[in-house]
Design a protein around this ligand. Sequence first.
Ligand code: B12
Ligand code: SF4
Length: 430
Amino acid sequence: MVPKILLVNPPIYDFAAYDFWLKPYGMLSIAGYLRGKADFVLFDYLDRLHPFMAQKEELKSDQWGRGRFYFEKIRNPDPLKQIPRYYRRFGLPRRLFLDFLEEQKPFDYALIQTTMTYWYPGVSETIEDIQKLSPKAKIILGGNYVTLCPEHASTLEADLLVKTNGLQPLWDYLGLVPDVQQPALWESYKKLKVGILKLADGCPFQCTYCSVPKVYGAFKPRSMERSFAEFELLSERGAENIAFYDDALLFDAKDVLVPFLKEVISKDIKINFHSPNALNARFLTRDLAEVMVKAGFKTFYLGFESSSSKWQKQTGSKVFSDELAKSVEFLKEAGADPQNITAYQILGHPHIDIQQLEESMKFVYNLGIRGMLADFSPIPGTPDGELCRQWVDMDEPLFHNKTAFPIIMLGFDESNRLKDLQRQLNRTLE
Ligand code: B12
Ligand code: SF4
């Protein structure tokens, strides 16, 4: 008898959440490695194709498969009481999970995806329900929150915490041997329109606000064969849009992204590609832009953060302003729609004094592309996150909240003023 394993992507507790191609990709990858060796059942609270959300007109997907989640307003948790924004619970109603558990129980194990550190209340809620209705199931947490806040995660009542760099304890605990050539378990969704791929792990930069260098180390490409098999599986399952979760998608492109895209072009499979996790403009050459557009890339999110060279140098020199300008030119020449090219800029970073945010926003505007303010989330263990201990209690992950921190740092009015300015600039481009 194979073990019966429940997979859960928990609801999100936050001020805002949007389905920007959100999938529990880490957990689905683990389940894929164990394909055929366990009986898996998925409950994804954030699945907008679930009949409960799919029938709501206001939650309809946009042209690229993104959209709003169903939500319920709730009271702000105590640490965030002072933040003058509505706190909400995003995702399917809790009773649907309880009904599902009633129907499907008992389970031997329950794997729960953790993502943003400050989303742990949704993980707690999930654990509580599983303990109530399938008390014998061993609860296993894995993903970003567990990796970045292991001590806090150990206060939740799970049986095993799996950190990103150490999967062996998981295989030992389950008594199963993984086949790491297997693609993620996408067939666990009844209906699928959006998929995820990741062609490599790690990043060659060391930005002072980011956890990736410490958690993943040097850049390591994944097996191309496996990535392509996953791409074909996604296409067969009906995915129309694929977002890359890579941290450095354009690094070593000639050996990683380009061969992948050339295979897509030669097989003539039509899928829209997206890069919600910022692309590094430094690596975007004219040839690369052409291949990306030809293979089906539709939206381009470029990491810029600030046009201040002092800020750029102080935080890791990942990209300079002239490199952004050149990459935009190449993308436009290759046929990308400027409305679908966006540059991210950090809002509420502790070095705001040298960031020259308004000038940066205008710099991006003058390139004829959209800007998006990416609220700063302080991350424990990173140089900039540790600096934030002077403003917030970093041991309480709710304080890493990306909506809350810029308000704490800049004040509500200033934070709103900058967001309004960004909106106005974007509107005049339309
Ligand atoms: C993709 C991504 C996103 C996506 C959304 C992802 C999602 N599903 O929600 C987008 C682009 C929307 C996004 C947005 C943001 N993100 Co982000 N994002 C990531 C990224 C690149 C991957 C996260 C992920 O899905 N990992 C899962 C898979 C892909 O990881 P994996 O290593 O292959 O997984 C293996 C193991 O980890 C393990 N595993 C993973 N999950 C599980 C689960 C179980 C049960 C088990 C057993 C094992 C396991 O097994 C896997 C198989 O080998 C990480 C960086 C990183 N490399 O981790 C940042 C990261 C999570 N994001 C981060 C940040 C800062 C943000 C933003 C705040 C940026 C901004 N200012 O706008 C926003 C916040 C959005 C919000 N609404 O609050 C931070 C974390 C912040 C925090 N406090 O937690 C990270 C760590 C990057 C960083 N700067 O350090 N993000
Ligand atoms: S380039 Fe991106 S992934 Fe790499 S360290 Fe900087 S922010 Fe992190």
